[in-house]
Design a protein around this ligand. Structure first.
Ligand code: A5P
Length: 232
């Protein structure tokens, strides 16, 4: 079993029959979806309904036999499970995540905020001292005049790169927006993620950031030595 699979399997113990479950996006979460689908089909978990965080996860859940619902019908989820691109301690307590390399950050945050318990699953390679030390921070912005943000992102200390798809075309999210990946100095990372998030969110045109601050109740980190549980 690889680390992503170990993390995905470990999240299963937080799911009980009758729960409404947020279904994340990404290669680690895919192992959780496979495990959840397996238990549902075997009849070990009954009455499970899921809210997917992307069209990709929606299709995957359908393939795996996981029934779906919406936040309109189930405004509060019992639990949500999702991957992360970075996991770091937050100054003052709690956990900070970077998310969105898979492009689903907006729906992921909507679903995470709707969950009583949000669980992040990752392999040990995602653990950092500070956000921004390992990966870029994805920021979803409206297509309208998105080029206008370049100077703003620079003023925040970031080298911002408009995301493109494999064919080199501008990447468009499930919500019809585009993504800028903000690269900070990896040696330093982001000293104050809360301040950065606030600066980004108050800018018109910025729809959401990949910063998940203080949302995570438990991070399941899989390594050679086993799956570590970090509480947020
Ligand atoms: C999707 O938009 C992301 O937030 C993913 O959850 C995150 O990128 C982790 O993906 P992997 O599990 O594929 O590394």
């Amino acid at each position: 079993m690889n680390f992503k699979e170990a993390a995905g399997e470990a999240a299963l113990k937080y799911v009980k029959s009758g729960m409404a479950v947020g279904l994340g996006t990404g290669s680690t979460t895919d192992f959780f979806l496979i495990a959840l689908g397996r238990e549902v089909r075997a009849g070990n978990l009954t009455g499970i309904v899921g809210v997917p965080t992307s069209i990709r996860s929606e299709n995957r859940a359908k393939e795996l036999g996981i029934a779906l619902t919406t936040l309109t019908l189930n405004a509060v989820l019992d639990v949500a499970v999702d991957g992360a691109d970075e996991v770091a301690p937050l100054e003052g307590g709690g956990l900070a995540l970077t998310k969105g390399l898979g492009g689903a950050l907006l729906r992921e945050k909507i679903v995470a905020q709707a969950a009583k318990v949000f669980i992040a699953i990752a392999d040990g390679g995602k653990v950092v001292d500070r956000i921004g030390m390992h990966t870029a921070l994805p920021v979803e912005v409206t297509q309208f005049e998105h080029g206008a943000h370049a100077g703003f992102f620079r003023s925040l200390g970031a080298n911002a790169v408009l995301r493109v798809d494999a064919a080199g075309k501008t990447y468009v999210t499930d919500n019809g927006n585009v993504i800028y990946d903000l690269h900070f100095d990896k040696a330093v990372g982001v000293r104050d993620p809360a301040e950065l998030e606030w600066a980004l969110l108050k800018r018109a045109g910025v729809v959401e950031t990949g910063l998940f601050l203080g949302i995570t109740k438990v991070a399941l980190i899989a390594r050679e030595s086993g799956v570590e549980e970090r509480t947020g």
